[in-house]
Design a protein. Structure first.
Length: 102
């Protein structure tokens, strides 16, 4: 089964979280022990798909990738326990990205 998170615009963020978190938790448990550096790429892929989801879900953000990323980052920081990467402190806009976007 393919996720296609960015196409699930009929779902809420909580729905996506319930769909994806068990798989992400499994990856964290496995790769976190044996290959933790691989997780960084996985977390960034999840963030990219969620930004695409935001752009499809909210038409006012459809043409604004940077605004969509900032919007998702604010959601992530307000609800850090919603997705595994956010719970680990990996947000859509990292510290290095924050200085560039200000």
């Amino acid at each position: 089964q393919s996720w296609h998170l960015q196409l699930q615009n009929d779902k809420t963020l909580e729905d996506l979280s319930r769909m994806v978190n068990p798989i992400l938790r499994g990856w964290l448990n496995y790769y976190g022990h044996f290959y933790p550096s691989a997780l960084r790429q996985i977390w960034h892929h999840v963030s990219r798909y969620l930004v695409q989801w935001v752009r499809r879900k909210f038409k006012r953000l459809s043409r604004h990738k940077r605004r969509a990323k900032r919007y998702l980052d604010r959601l992530a920081r307000a609800n850090p326990h919603l997705f595994i990467p956010w719970d680990l402190g990996v947000f859509p806009i990292g510290l290095s990205d924050r200085s560039r976007m200000s």
